[in-house]
Design a protein around this ligand. Structure first.
Ligand code: DC
Length: 334
């Protein structure tokens, strides 16, 4: 048996509102879990005591769920509890993973059960990290910049004087790497051997080295394992090259964010000059093309769009527009 949980809220204690909210909640649970009618054994509801105009069980029947046993109970009045809230448990035959559904005003309830991941892949300079940061802030979920992890590996190898060609040494150094991802004031800090290297890994020479290092199987294996662990613990948005294809192929939301080479070079130019680096735009354009070639042509986990990832070309879009588009997709599903 599977017990799938969920909750939703209504704005007013009115039968029409309750019918719409219960129908939406049950249909979301059915869709998310690919449930067949005959698998549902019974559905239990509870509602806060401010809902009096209709039993959720009756709303469920009207929404077409009359083929299974339905039961509603009223919750006691508890100070500080969410208002006008309907909770559900759908009990279905079969085993396996379940996907719970917390909608509308209840989206913040049980964040532990309502985990989801947003995968943002794409080439450097496509704007995905700016978008990812803003999304994480607005949705109050974690942002994981996976590129920073490959950059930290490149820095570590550089500090140890290990060449990428020496695979055995690379495997041993990266196998024992002391790399931690921490969050301070909501911002990711990349900590290598106990030292915060978040700024150092942004240096242009580390970018090129990271591209080379990230082509190595032993490095990817270690980083992917760390990324999956972080993503399994909470809702998060991850940006990288292989999130939707390799790291989290089952992510609820997948996007491939791209932009023309010249737009990306201009963006990088702006970022680097603002930090005081003297860089040449034409040089940057060449470098971006070279990194694209490296990242897309490598044998292991090359940069490519997952078949089910939505393509977003940000060349002529603002960050706000991209964030709004992704949030719309999330609202349609979560
Ligand atoms: O996103 P970035 O520029 O900080 O990434 C640095 C390098 O790491 C980039 O050349 C590609 C690589 N990378 C990767 O191979 N897979 C990821 N998930 C993230 C980055």
């Amino acid at each position: 048996m599977r017990a799938i949980r969920g909750a939703t809220t209504v704005l007013k204690d009115e039968p029409q509102e309750i019918c719409a909210a219960v129908g939406e909640l049950l249909n979301t649970i059915v869709q998310k879990n690919a449930l067949r009618k005959e698998e549902i054994v019974y559905i239990l509801f509870s509602n806060t005591s401010d809902i009096r105009s209709m039993y959720p069980a009756k709303a469920a029947r009207e929404a077409g769920f009359s083929f299974c046993a339905l039961f509603s109970a009223q919750e006691p009045q508890i100070d500080g509890a969410l208002v006008l809230c309907i909770r559900v448990m759908v009990v279905a035959e079969g085993a396996g993973n379940v996907s719970h559904a917390y909608l509308r005003g209840a989206a913040d309830l049980r964040r532990d059960l309502n985990k989801f991941a947003i995968a943002l892949d794409g080439p450097s300079g496509s704007g995905k990290s700016t978008v990812a940061k803003q999304l994480a802030r607005e949705l109050d979920i974690l942002y994981l910049d996976t590129g920073a992890m490959y950059r930290a590996c490149a820095l570590k190898l550089k500090k140890e004087g290990v060449e990428c060609s020496n695979e055995a040494r690379v495997a041993s150094v990266i196998g024992g790497i002391d790399l931690r991802i921490e969050y301070r004031g909501g911002a990711q800090r990349t900590v290598l051997d106990g030292v915060d290297v978040s700024e150092e890994i942004r240096r242009p020479e580390v970018s090129m080295a990271a591209s080379a290092v990230s082509a190595l199987g032993c490095v990817r294996e270690k980083m992917v394992e760390m990324q999956r662990k972080i993503a399994s613990e909470q809702s998060c948005v991850l940006d990288g090259r292989d999130i939707g294809t390799v790291v989290l192929p089952d992510a609820a939301f997948k996007f491939f964010v791209t932009a023309s080479v010249s737009v990306r070079a201009r963006r990088r130019y702006g970022e680097l000059t603002a930090k005081g680096y003297a860089v040449d735009l034409a040089e940057l354009e060449k470098e971006i093309e070279e990194r694209d070639r490296n990242d897309s042509s490598r044998a292991i986990s090359p940069l490519r769009r997952a078949e089910d990832a939505e393509l977003i070309d940000t060349s002529a879009m603002t960050v706000e527009e991209v964030v709004a588009l992704i949030r719309r997709r999330i609202r349609e599903k979560v």
